[in-house]
Write a protein that binds this ligand. Structure first.
Ligand code: ADP
Ligand code: MG
Length: 486
């Protein structure tokens, strides 16, 4: 047997089976893609059903002066594509056109460099170059009417490049204005290395957000060609090669996450309240690349302006925050990543920091805050005696009452271990000169803590009712006690 030319032969039927099941929109997408990769300022594709047959006539035309440089690339699989090294072009493996051809009954490609004809019987021939500029692709493609309808609908997804007049079946593909342009610093892409191998790298590019099209769902686009449908708020058009799988119909979860973070950081402020619980926001706001501003916006839209994080170090503060109309964000409300971001950004402060209930320790930092004996007024002495006496005689509890001047906290008074501390710094002198009712209010409140630290507990509630009653009963019996009656 004589020597054959080349190692490989491609079985057209096999290639066709390989792509079976792919939405046929890829046929039209590939042709637009190839034209948009040229400098042509026009891109015209038509698809027309052939009467009575499951076939369509397909034509793609452009006006690029450079034309189809190497026509053998129309039928050579995987020839090193010039586009591999250019992140701004879509093509890469020299594959797309061949996949389109595999679905064709017959086809013709014509440019000023020549004309190749693909015949129905599986043979190929060349003709002399056509005149004029640009390239024409003509074919008869296997396509049912249902598939035809699907393709026509899918064409509406395309985002034509600015400045390229693109038509499908003589209708201009409109480009709706972008909602937002975002500079993506160092977004993953692929470029050819010295050995011609596509390698992942990072590169700065623009991404543009679009309102999702008629179907309502959003897509990730590679320079105007839809790649994968995403359940996100906006369609995302990436202006450089997107790292794709071999079928060109998906991106990695890590890539999607990175893009979502970029979108969130740019758009968090304009999300609606009900949108911040969507999966893509949840994911992006749990990523450490989410900015503090974005976290603030997301957490505020979700939990409102009055919000605190559940504070395990100060259990009562949580209940008190809730009673004061704060949304208390519990552990399960947010993911681990979101909590990390909330803490970093301060998007929600622990309840104990907003509505503290922990009592200060005596003499913080070793400073003696005791109110100087020689500055005590008559009414101060009276209140100390009243509180101590009421505790002993009305409640049967021996307590010590002390005055302090403590600037380190904003509590009027606190109680613990049978010691009631009154903070003159916060109470002010006026308190001691005020009426019996004011004094009793504070006394009852603080004595309640003999029974429970938690203002919102049932124990505390019961305790202050009883203390109030005991004090009232005692004063009714002894109206002149502690010099009151005078
Ligand atoms: N309309 C066109 N004008 C000029 N060159 C084209 C056109 N369509 C295809 N080509 C050339 O044919 C090659 C093969 O296209 P294709 O198989 O889609 O591979 P890819 O786009 O991945 O490079 C392209 O790399 C390009 O050089
Ligand atoms: Mg291509």
């Amino acid at each position: 047997m004589g020597k054959q030319d080349g190692w490989f032969e491609v079985d057209r039927k096999g290639l066709r089976q390989l792509i079976e099941g792919r939405p046929l929109s890829f046929v039209v997408f590939e042709l637009f893609q190839n034209i948009w990769d040229t400098p042509s300022l026009t891109a015209d594709v038509t698809l027309t059903p052939v009467a009575g047959r499951p076939l369509c006539r397909l034509m793609a035309k452009d006006t690029s002066a450079s034309g189809f440089k190497n026509l053998s690339h129309a039928f050579t699989l995987f020839a090193p594509s010039e586009k591999k090294s250019d992140p701004d072009l879509r093509g890469r493996f020299n594959l797309g056109e061949k996949l389109v051809l595999a679905l064709c009954k017959e086809a013709l490609i014509s440019s000023h460099t020549g004309t190749v004809v693909f015949h129905e019987d599986g043979t190929r021939s060349s003709r002399s170059p056509s005149l004029g500029t640009g390239t024409v692709f003509e074919a008869v493609v296997r396509m049912t009417r249902d598939q035809y309808a699907e393709v026509c609908e899918a064409v509406g997804l395309l985002i034509p490049p600015k400045g390229v007049r693109s038509t499908f079946n003589d209708t201009v593909l409109q480009q709706s204005p972008a909602v937002q342009t975002i500079v993506a610093a160092g977004l993953p892409t692929v470029v050819e290395d010295d050995e011609g191998i596509l390698r992942r790298t990072r590169r700065t590019t623009n991404i543009e957000l679009f309102q999702p099209g008629g179907g309502g769902s959003a897509w990730i686009y590679e320079m105007g060609i839809p790649v994968v449908e995403i359940p996100d708020r906006w369609s995302i058009n990436v202006y450089q090669k997107v790292p794709l799988n071999a079928d060109r119909d998906n991106v990695t979860p890590a890539y999607l996450r990175e893009v979502r973070v970029l979108v969130l950081n740019a758009m968090a402020g304009s999300l609606e309240e009900e949108e911040v619980t969507e999966d893509w926001v949840q994911e992006a706001s749990g990523d450490e690349r989410a900015t503090d501003d974005a976290m603030m916006a997301v957490i505020e839209k979700r939990f409102g302006e009055r919000r605190v994080a559940y504070d395990p170090s100060d259990p009562e503060s949580n209940a008190r925050a809730a009673a004061n109309g704060y949304a208390v964000i519990h552990g399960g409300h947010l993911s681990k990543g979101q909590w990390g971001n909330v803490r970093r950004s301060g998007a929600a402060k622990p309840a104990g920091q907003i509505v503290p209930t922990k009592f200060p320790k005596f003499d913080p930092d070793g400073v003696d805050t005791t109110y100087p004996e020689d500055r005590m007024t008559e009414s101060m002495r009276h209140v100390v005696a009243l509180f101590g006496g009421l505790a002993t005689h009305a409640l049967g509890v021996e307590i010590r009452v002390r005055l302090v001047l403590d600037r380190s906290n904003r509590f009027r008074a606190w109680y613990g271990s049978r010691v009631m501390t009154l903070n003159v710094q916060v109470l002010g002198r006026g308190f001691f000169d005020s009426c019996l009712e004011e004094h009793l209010k504070l006394f009852i409140h603080e004595m309640g803590h003999e029974y429970s630290p938690n203002h919102l507990s049932d124990d505390y509630h019961r305790a202050i009712c009883r203390i109030g009653a005991d004090v009232a009963a005692f004063l009714a019996r002894s109206p002149n006690a502690f010099g009151l009656g005078g």
